[in-house]
Design a protein around this ligand. Sequence first.
Ligand code: DAH
Length: 315
Amino acid sequence: MLSVEEIKAELKALNAEYAKIKDIPAEDRKAFGQELNKKREALQAKLQKALDDAESENIEPIDITAPSAPNQNIPEIPRGSRHPLMTELDRVVDIYSRMGFDVMEAQQLDDEFHMFESLNFPEGHPARDGYDTFRTSEGFIPPAHTSTMQHRALKKYKKNLENGGKIAVVIPGRVFRNEDVDATHEHTFYQCEGIFVSKGTTMGQMMGLLKNFFETYYGQNLNIKTQPGYFPFTEPSVELLIEKPKSLGGKGDGWLEMLGCGMIHPNVLKMAGIDPNTYKGFAWGGGIDRLVMLKYGLTDVRNFESGKLEFLKEF
Ligand code: DAH
């Protein structure tokens, strides 16, 4: 096989041939030129291959059996780390699991029925517009909230009720909204949904459970309050707020809306085959991004999806 230097010399000689074109009779020039071009292309390909081969010859394989320095001769690529949202999502799910909740995973592509009908939004209901849903060209919906999983969870765990038990499940998931992005709004974010159904469920239990969740997550006592909300799938519906504690940069007078919740609407239970006269439930759903922003004093939600290493390295 020719060396790199030899191929380069051949290419140089070939280039000199091009000078002869002007001495060739006009009718033969085209064929002569084409022949030269062909040779040149072949030589260039050979040159590339020779250069590649020369390069790989210079790379020495690692010898992992070298006795002198066990392991130390294995080079290490700097490690990445988990995304802060995933670490925090695990903490959230862990708190609910310790309370006794099962965990179900949400899906990232859903349909009209689970996004709307199963949640008591009849067709043409104006609240459908409030969810700024994306749609694929096939008509699927990247879920705008984790509530799209409610119907599936109720059906899956219905047998617990029939066996005298309860439904207690949380469902973390990634959600998508077709809205303008700014420091507090993202098109892609995470939510965690929760569902609890049993015979004597009350709204007071819901408040107690959620207060306990937030206090455990932030590791301190917190004040909570509700304000009226509207969701077709709960009745009554409320929004839950927590008072921003001084330790998290609050002045003691700021309330932050953390999630939507309420008693599950009888129609939602009925659609899943659960008798609303016998069983009552509550459900809630809130953003994980917002929860984490408060914990770390972050001000721009866009950093989470940005892939910016400077941001991610802070965690
Ligand atoms: N899915 C609602 C949203 O994203 C939040 C929500 C409200 C979830 C009430 C619930 C609920 O489970 O009962 O705006």
